[in-house]
Design a protein around this ligand. Sequence first.
Ligand SMILES: Cc1cc2nc3c(=O)[nH]c(=O)nc-3n(C[C@H](O)[C@H](O)[C@H](O)COP(=O)(O)OP(=O)(O)OC[C@H]3O[C@@H](n4cnc5c(N)ncnc54)[C@H](O)[C@@H]3O)c2cc1C
Length: 465
Amino acid sequence: MTKFKTLSLSVVLACLPFVVSAADIEKINTDVVVVGSGGTGLSAAASAHQHGAKVLLIEKQAFVGGSSALAGGAIAAGNTNPQKRAGTQNVSDDGFVNIWIKDQDRSFPGADESMPDEARMHKIINEFDKTVNWMEKDIGHKFAVPRPFGYGGPNYAHAPAESPIPASGRGSSPAGGRFVVKAFTTYLDNAGVPIMTGTKAEELITDSKGNVVGVKAMKGKQPIEIRAKAVILGTGGFARNKELLEKFVPSYAPYTDVSNATPGATGDGIIMAQKVGAAGFKDGWVMGISPVSTKRELNNTFRTKNVYKDDVFVNQDGKRFVKEDLPYIVDPIANQKAAWAILDSKDTNKAALLAKYNDPEIVVSGKNWEELAKAMGVPAAQLKATMDQYNQACKDKKDPVFDKNPEFLVPFEQAPFYAVRVIPSTMGTIGGVRTNDKFQVLRADGSVIKPEFGRIYQIKKLSVL
Ligand SMILES: Cc1cc2nc3c(=O)[nH]c(=O)nc-3n(C[C@H](O)[C@H](O)[C@H](O)COP(=O)(O)OP(=O)(O)OC[C@H]3O[C@@H](n4cnc5c(N)ncnc54)[C@H](O)[C@@H]3O)c2cc1C
């Protein structure tokens, strides 16, 4: 009986509304409050401090760095001091615009013609060299000798000294971004700029004219109100927010939980800004990385020295749907109901690993194409036709379907055959609220929401992390 009374009392208490009196709210006054501790927030905080402002940085997770700490950490820039010292090939602002546009075309075939915004690109690119030089001289970040990014080009990728881009030119080492984050946090610690982790911004405070004058946040269970002359939103993207993905890029919504972006990437800044009148972009994009297995340990079974170029991918109809030697190929995979990488047993080590599984969500096998198709749940005649045609294309050194480079036409003939289910891995999103050239957030009528705030790439702008 006593036990029941205690239980019912706690249930009643749990149901009571949680009322916060004004006296319970911790009040803080500062010049600049920065929300989010990725590359954007950290660099904004450092720059604001350098310009004499009293700064407070808040971060909702228990640790700093966001997606920036998980990224490769190489920054694209031309005409920098590290390049000059190395006497290495430079790249002009126009060269960058061309690279950017080419990348955009490649990454988002069929994207809105007005994207990317060339004027904005020039504005940002103009800051690239200044950013790298500033990070080196003032922040104390150490750069490796600049090299090309994975897909070639001039020596414009500035990786951290601790994780240089390998001589093979294949990207920077994983998570080099953590060294960028470390450089900024060390700088901010030494400068006495407080970083309040475990503190989630929940709402922007506005005055009677609609100007933003601060942030309401929760520091654990403690409500706080931060009044500031400027609010900087460095809250990252929305790769971990299913609702926003469904709205902007629905084909990626099923992969919200498996994104490589930080769990903090839930679009909070975008939501908060729109609640106080910020204009949003109509479109949003996902930055994809590569096709991956639902079981991490199987990724290398369909990855070769040519990455995915030697592969053949088929969909729920048993048909090829993508030119496999294109880079990334993530969007085409996201657009299928199901996508599979087809393998055979010519590599006995890989086959032995694949044979350990028999699950249509992971990998299935068959002694011939018909049996494999049955296990995949795709039309058997179609899969057999697809693979017969592909194997013939390998012999002819001519791909009649996608005109894939003959160098990557490798036949699949050694039974048993395998199909590994693949999904798109993602690193973040593009899109959010509209800003002007100074990265001030705009209303739909083009007016600036004062004081200046926005998802800025900082006063010094980090171009690529
Ligand atoms: C594996 C990987 C590889 C990548 N590779 C590349 C690449 O090659 N090229 C490229 O250009 N980009 C790449 N990116 C993407 C790039 O890293 C990000 O776009 C960039 O780092 C985003 O920086 P940010 O500061 O805007 O956001 P983040 O670094 O994500 O920081 C945002 C921070 O804000 C915090 N936050 C969110 N909401 C709140 C709130 N309400 N209150 C307080 N804090 C909040 C988050 O917890 C997070 O810590 C990669 C990303 C990943 C994960």
